[in-house]
Design a protein around this ligand. Structure first.
Ligand code: AMP
Ligand code: GLY
Length: 417
């Protein structure tokens, strides 16, 4: 079959890598792709948020299945358009993608379906938002209401910090925000394949959102991850399915906007009780890198079954293994950083089913790999234990010769002895 993957990050390289291992995959296109996907797939330069262009390319290239990596094309209605034109697509409609597109929408679903989550309020104007903070005090969480690539959130320890965050949010006209109670506990990412009210738990992971060791510094898109997440025990997973995922899917279906695709629940777990922090309507990045490495070729069968409406028949065959990944980012990320530096030593590294350096912001120029983004590479490894996966991933990361890059040295600290 011919497959088109939309996106150009580490997540999409990992998806392409897993899909390529499946003998069903004939032609693979990644749009726009990166310096890593170029080795295993054809690139296509197109605006992936332009639904009619994506549909036109899918038809011209006789694509049998489109896998959408990031959220922006989904929120923009790319899956709706592909479906309307008879192209099979893995990913939700724009209406269902509101679970990520609008925090207020998701909070409304939680209220309607009695899903446990932080208490919240939404504001379109600065003045009442400031008085609300004066009234409830800190700690408190201030979020922009809209897509912000995981960066529109301030966990404020003091009321002053919360007021500052509001000032920043309302500096531009038309701002709106959600203010939430701060949840405590341990965070985990829970991935569930969904087709209407059919739900198949796919896996768990833990991300490291802060830029620096010790979970310090600014929030980033994610600096490293591992799978599975030990905090997601069988009991916690069962509760998350019963109390969070199933009620959400039922409410979405009841509203006539059933969710199809991968639902990524960001959970906070305290005393064995999971609460929803937020939903994403796509795989996480870098969580996809560890999930894809563990799933291998079956990732394609699972996403295809979901896209073709056969999720009820699908099964996940998990090996008893662990994966861990370390993100190499440009010095300065998530703030300002240089582009165009040269990365050496990649070709000497192993590329096997248990060791891969997935590319994100890279481009190939005259045979050289150049850094073109903030998050640039993800050194990813699998092993019989988390320690083994950790040691293999760090060995890869250290062998990459890129003086302009940096990585956290403590990925996995929570789960390692
Ligand atoms: P979000 O973009 O909603 O995932 O938020 C980014 C990060 O902020 C999350 O991964 C959490 O670490 C943190 N966060 C968001 N909401 C809350 C909350 N209500 N309580 C505690 N931490 C939160
Ligand atoms: N790693 C967090 C995210 O993909 O949103």
């Amino acid at each position: 079959m011919n497959i088109l993957i939309l996106g150009g990050g580490g997540r999409e390289h990992a998806m392409a890598w897993a899909v390529r291992q499946n003998p069903k995959c004939d032609r693979l296109i990644v749009a726009p792709g990166n310096g890593g996907t170029a080795a295993i797939a054809d690139p296509a330069q197109l605006d992936i948020e332009d639904a009619s262009r994506v549909a036109a390319v899918a038809k011209r290239e006789k694509i049998d299945l489109v896998l959408v990596g990031p959220e922006a094309p989904l929120v923009a209605g790319v899956a709706d358009r592909l479906k309307a034109e008879g192209v099979t697509v893995f990913g939700p409609t724009a209406a269902a993608a509101q679970l990520e597109g609008s925090k207020a929408f998701t909070k409304g679903i939680c209220d309607a379906a009695s899903v446990p989550t932080a208490a919240w309020a939404r504001f379109d104007d600065a003045a009442p938002a400031h008085s609300y903070i004066d009234q409830v005090g800190a700690p408190i969480v201030v979020k922009a209401d809209g897509l912000a690539a995981g960066k529109g959130v301030t966990v404020a320890e003091t009321a002053e910090a919360a007021h500052d965050a509001l000032d920043a949010l309302f500096a531009d006209p038309g701002g709106s925000c959600v203010i939430e109670e701060m949840l405590t506990g341990e965070e985990a990412s829970f991935f569930v394949l969904c087709q209407g009210e059919t739900a198949l738990p796919l896996g768990t992971a833990q991300d490291h959102k802060r830029a620096f060791d010790g979970d310090l510094g600014p929030n980033t898109g994610g600096m490293g991850a591992y799978s599975p997440a030990p905090v997601m025990t069988e009991t916690v997973t069962a509760r998350a399915m019963d109390e969070i995922i199933r009620p959400t899917l039922a409410e979405m279906a009841r509203r006539g906007t059933p969710f199809e695709g991968i639902l990524y629940a960001g959970l906070m777990i305290e005393d064995g009780a999971p609460k929803l922090i937020e939903y994403n309507v796509r795989f996480g990045d870098p969580e996809a890198q560890v999930l894809m490495m563990r799933l291998g070729a079956q990732a394609l069968d699972l996403m295809q079954a979901c896209a073709e409406g056969r999720l009820k028949e699908a099964r996940v065959n998990w090996a008893d293994d662990h994966a861990l990944c370390v993100v190499l980012a440009a010095e300065g990320y998530p703030g300002a950083y240089e582009k165009g530096s040269r990365i050496n030593g990649l070709s000497a590294l192993p590329q096997t089913s248990d060791r891969m350096v997935f590319h994100a912001g890279t481009a190939l120029e005259d045979g050289a790999t150049l850094a073109t983004g903030g998050r640039v590479l993800t050194a990813t490894a699998r092993g019989a234990s988390l320690q083994e996966a950790h040691d293999k991933a760090y060995d890869l990361a250290r062998r990459i010769d890129w003086p302009e890059g940096r990585f956290r040295s403590d990925i996995g600290w929570r789960a390692l002895p």
